[in-house]
Write a new protein. Structure first.
Length: 332
């Protein structure tokens, strides 16, 4: 065999290897088309949900903001007077009202106490679920899910009956234990006891979400890490503070933001348990205050302005919370 024929035979396998599928396209050309397809594919899957969310959220928020800049009362709703543009006049009237600031401060403090209490109770019961046997754990889970599934208006009505001054069993039990002063005691008459009563109900219907979510996160933690800490003599509180809480931080971020949103815009519990905001509005929160302005006083533009302020406060609190977490090096 000649030298030219031998060289041709040696080149043939190399050509065969280059002709395999996928090897003839340059790497740069393949990487140029791939990312573009991969970038658009998730958005195609999310498109139906985004369309629904746009219809349910974007348009109502747009209408809320629009009405807050108009003069929109019962006269405009009925068509008796034309709708006029007021600019920031509604916001100026709102910010000039001392009652608004009192209600805003009360709402922020009440929501903060609710969030902290809900997280504390939910996390404590989540840790308890990991320490008890199967039957007590199942009973606690069923009881918590029952509280979570109860509608807010039903739960509020039940709590009002429990603390009723005439027929409520709570006052009767306290008197039976020898605590004087609880005969015919009205929990909703005093401002702080009424807020405390609503706080108990809000925590009761909110902690199951925190408990179940944190419990699932705890189960995902390797047991070897917890057992090693226990063998080293770490207490339950130290294990939670130094091991479990840092590993559960992404989950705690979710439940905290959810609790902030839910507790800041509480309406049903306050309205039902304090009969529309308490005596002389002493238990008013922003959501109830907006309802009173919009529907009780027919000042729809002021009610919309309160709604916009609540939305901005929630966005600001959430962004500040996330920013603090990012400063601590947490990836979100």
């Amino acid at each position: 065999m000649s030298a030219g024929t031998a060289q041709h035979a040696r080149r043939a396998p190399a050509k065969g290897r280059r002709s395999r599928p996928g090897s003839t396209v340059p790497a740069g050309r393949r990487s140029g088309k791939g990312p573009r397809r991969g970038t658009w594919t998730p958005w195609l899957y999310l498109a139906p949900a985004l369309v629904v969310l746009g219809g349910l959220l974007v348009y109502p928020i747009y209408q809320l903001g629009l009405i807050s800049f108009l003069e929109y009362t019962q006269a405009q709703v009925s068509g008796g007077e034309p709708t006029t543009f007021q600019g920031f006049a509604n916001y100026a009237e709102l910010f000039g009202d001392s009652e608004f600031w009192n209600v805003a401060v009360a709402t922020l403090l009440f929501a903060a106490v609710c969030v902290v209490s809900t997280l504390a109770v939910g996390c404590a019961l989540a840790v308890l679920l990991t320490r008890v046997r199967a039957i007590p754990r199942l009973a606690l889970m069923l009881a918590a899910l029952g509280a979570w599934a109860t509608p807010a208006i039903t739960g509020s009505t039940v709590w009002v009956f429990l603390f009723d001054p005439d027929f409520g069993p709570v006052n009767k039990v306290l008197v039976w234990f020898g605590l004087s002063g609880f005969e015919d005691y009205s929990w909703t008459y005093d401002r702080y006891s009424a807020f405390a009563l609503v706080l108990f109900e809000v925590v009761w219907c909110s902690f199951p979400f925190v408990m179940v979510t944190v419990y699932a996160g705890i189960r995902a933690i390797p047991t070897e890490v917890l057992e090693a800490a226990a063998l080293d003599g770490a207490s339950t509180w130290r294990i939670w503070r130094t091991i479990m809480a840092p590993m559960l931080r992404p989950i705690l971020v979710v439940v905290t933001i959810q609790s902030i949103i839910w507790d800041f815009k509480v309406f049903t519990q306050i309205y039902v348990m304090t009969n529309g905001g308490g005596i002389a509005g002493q238990n008013m929160v922003l959501n109830v205050y907006a309802y009173q302005k919009a529907f009780a006083s027919s000042q729809y533009s002021l009610g919309s302005a309160i709604g916009v302020v609540m939305l901005l406060i929630l966005l600001a609190v959430t962004l500040v919370y996330l920013r603090l977490l990012r400063r601590q090096g947490e990836e979100l």
